[in-house]
Design a protein around this ligand. Structure first.
Ligand SMILES: [Mg+2]
Length: 374
């Protein structure tokens, strides 16, 4: 079997209006202009992937993604055995610099092919489940306190046992928002905060100190991504774990963070890492360096979310029980682009027994949300 061609499909899928995300440095997220990928083979097996490309995160979008795939990855992969996954993924590194979300979509599709050929789910190929399901948490947008409280209460009603609140907008508003959410969800729910790098080094610690009275469980990315030395200083003064997200894309970032002791835990993404296997390598390294990992989200659709479930089900270095994962993308959309999504429930995400990623594209929805022209 050899790879015959790669198809890229730009889609734009609107978020439910009431769930539009507002956060510190991230701005607003109202629809997801993502890129779907199909890796075709000469034997009719097709693997699917998804780049949850977000320009504010990585400088990638659906146009750059499609361009790089067709210009560099497709010539590299055409005629190659798709089951040579490790070798092919290694070659992505040299094909072009960066653009990890784009690379991850193709790597994900190769795992889908490998699973379909083997007749096994990807979690099985990764070594089998180390947990029956993945604990997940909700994310409360950086809206006014009363709205944030309502979002938090609704998430608890749906079954979430953990959540985080977006902060990093302004210290007074941040404290009011977190207090309102804690009041609304009660004492028994794990509650953390995610500043998306929005706080200034001189005021962040004072703001976090004010948040302790709401019994916060963690602080995610308090400072800008490159403020690692300041983050290390802050971490040594915190009473709760510090999670790095925007500061860690690949293994190299994880190594620097470990060296500086700038975080207790890492939020890893298949997109940031450049694929399922590179993300696993970060989790393994983190465990060896005494750090925990969770899985973060760019509001992935059904394909990207499935890949996250497989990764978290089968990776011991992901401490989902202590740091529940953000496998919540599908909740944000009225419609998904897969026919039968994985059972991603409020508070826990499950895999299925189907081969590969376990999901197939809903071609009618794909056509509905396909971005045309340009
Ligand atoms: Mg985050």
């Amino acid at each position: 079997m050899v790879i015959s061609r790669i198809e890229t499909i730009p889609v734009s899928v609107p978020l439910k209006p009431e769930l539009v995300i507002r956060s510190g440095r991230g701005g607003s997220h109202t629809s997801s202009p993502f890129l779907l990928v199909k890796v075709h083979t000469d034997e009719g097996v097709t693997g699917i992937g998804e780049a949850s490309c977000t320009p504010r995160w990585s400088g990638e979008d659906q146009v750059t993604g499609a361009h790089l795939i067709h210009t560099y990855l497709e010539p590299l992969l055409r005629g190659q055995d798709p089951l040579q996954l490790e070798r092919l993924t290694q070659s992505f590194r040299l094909a072009f610099a960066g653009n990890y979300f784009t690379k991850s979509a193709v790597e994900m599709a190769l795992w889908d092919i490998a699973g379909k050929v083997a007749g096994k789910p990807v979690w099985q190929l990764l070594g089998g489940k180390i947990r029956g399901s993945v604990p997940t948490k909700w994310s409360v947008s950086g809206v006014e306190p009363d709205k944030a409280a309502a979002i938090g209460a609704r998430a608890v009603g749906q079954g979430f046992k953990a959540m985080k609140v977006k902060v990093g907008l302004d210290p007074g508003g941040d404290v009011a928002r977190v207090a309102a959410v804690r009041e609304a969800i009660g004492a028994g729910i794990k509650l953390g905060v995610d500043a998306n790098g929005g706080w200034q080094p001189d005021t962040a610690l004072a703001t976090i100190t004010r948040l302790y009275e709401n019994n916060i469980a963690f602080v995610e990315q308090p400072l800008a991504p490159d403020e690692l030395v300041a983050m290390a200083n802050m971490r040594s003064q915190l009473r709760v774990p510090l999670i790095a997200d925007e500061s860690v894309y690949g293994l190299g970032d994880a190594k620097v963070i470990a060296q500086l002791k700038a975080a207790d835990a890492l939020s890893i993404y298949i997109g940031k890492a450049g694929g399922i296997e590179p993300a696993r390598q970060i989790a393994e390294f983190a465990a060896s360096a005494g750090m925990k990992c969770t899985v973060g989200s760019n509001l992935e659709l059904g394909v990207g979310s499935a890949a996250m479930v497989h990764l978290a089900l089968a990776t011991a270095g992901i401490a989902a029980e202590e740091f529940p994962c953000d496998i919540i993308g599908p909740f944000y959309y009225e419609h998904d682009i897969v026919r039968e999504p994985l059972p991603i429930k409020p508070g826990e995400a499950h895999g299925n027994e189907r081969p590969g990623l376990g999901v197939e594209l809903d071609e009618e929805k794909v056509e509905r949300y396909r971005v045309r022209g340009g």
